[in-house]
Design a protein around this ligand. Structure first.
Ligand SMILES: Nc1ncnc2c1ncn2[C@@H]1O[C@H](COP(=O)(O)OP(=O)(O)O)[C@@H](O)[C@H]1O
Ligand SMILES: Nc1ncnc2c1ncn2[C@H]1C[C@H](O)[C@@H](COP(=O)(O)O)O1
Length: 207
């Protein structure tokens, strides 16, 4: 079983991924953030580093998908924090549309993405954490990563619009949309319980 958690920056993916992995006793695959050699430079100068960062994330995410495939064939459960789809359909698309990645670089990136995606299996469940801008901003502030301090509201807004468009067209497997605006699964175990119940019901028909 493979559950992938998707959503905008600060939506609460990593926190939930760890909690679900603990609950189901499954392996968790987190994003390559702390050792990412481009992320800080990217936030300082997006046009300069957008292509480098996208190639880095694409490769790291692709490697993850291959590791997940191995675990799946050994019947192990997996929780994944963000997917390769979001890199291309949300982030790279937004950089290109906002003029922060050139047409040439974007085409080159998409060609690479297309070559890789045929080797990627969709998750059994895509869990979309839907959050409005105030919630995202509040949680990005709470996390307090220095390089994220200058993220513009417009950037988050564009990403949220891309998420809405992409999710409304997603048809590669089961999809569960959870509005997290009024959920606090950090401090309220009942809120975590609500999400686990929805997952069980969507995946296994239990309630
Ligand atoms: N539903 C929630 N309620 C309250 N705080 C949350 C919630 N989800 C995440 N947080 C907090 O918000 C911050 C960002 O969460 P994180 O899981 O890192 O988001 P993401 O991985 O989506 O970027 C963390 O400090 C986390 O503890
Ligand atoms: N593909 C990506 N392009 C640009 N930035 C990305 C991409 N994937 C992740 N990020 C950034 C967004 C955040 O600053 C960090 C970690 O993501 P988070 O949603 O906080 O887990 O990496």
């Amino acid at each position: 079983m493979h559950i992938a958690i998707v959503g905008n920056i600060g939506a609460g993916k990593t926190t939930l991924a760890n909690k679900l992995a603990h609950h189901f006793n499954w392996e968790v695959f987190l994003e390559d953030v702390d050792h990412n050699p481009y992320l800080k430079d990217f936030y300082d100068d997006m046009p300069r580093w957008s292509f480098h960062l996208q190639v880095y994330f694409l490769n790291s995410r692709f490697r993850q998908t291959q590791q997940i495939k191995k675990l799946q064939s050994a019947s192990k459960g997996v929780i994944q924090d963000r997917t390769i789809y979001e890199d291309a359909h949300i982030f790279a698309a937004n950089l290109h549309d906002s003029g922060l990645m050139t047409e040439r670089d974007h085409q080159n990136y998409l060609n690479l993405f297309e070559s890789m995606i045929s080797m990627v299996d969709a998750p059994d469940l895509l869990l979309y954490l839907k959050a409005d801008l105030p919630k995202l901003i509040q949680q990005i502030d709470k996390r307090n990563r220095d390089y994220e301090n200058n993220i513009k509201i417009e950037y988050l807004k564009n990403l949220n619009e891309n998420y809405e468009r992409w999710i409304s067209n997603y048809k590669y497997g089961k999809l569960l949309i959870v509005d997290v605006n009024n959920l606090d699964y950090v401090n309220n175990p009942e809120d975590l319980g609500i999400i686990i119940e929805k997952i069980n019901s969507t995946l296994f028909g239990l309630f």
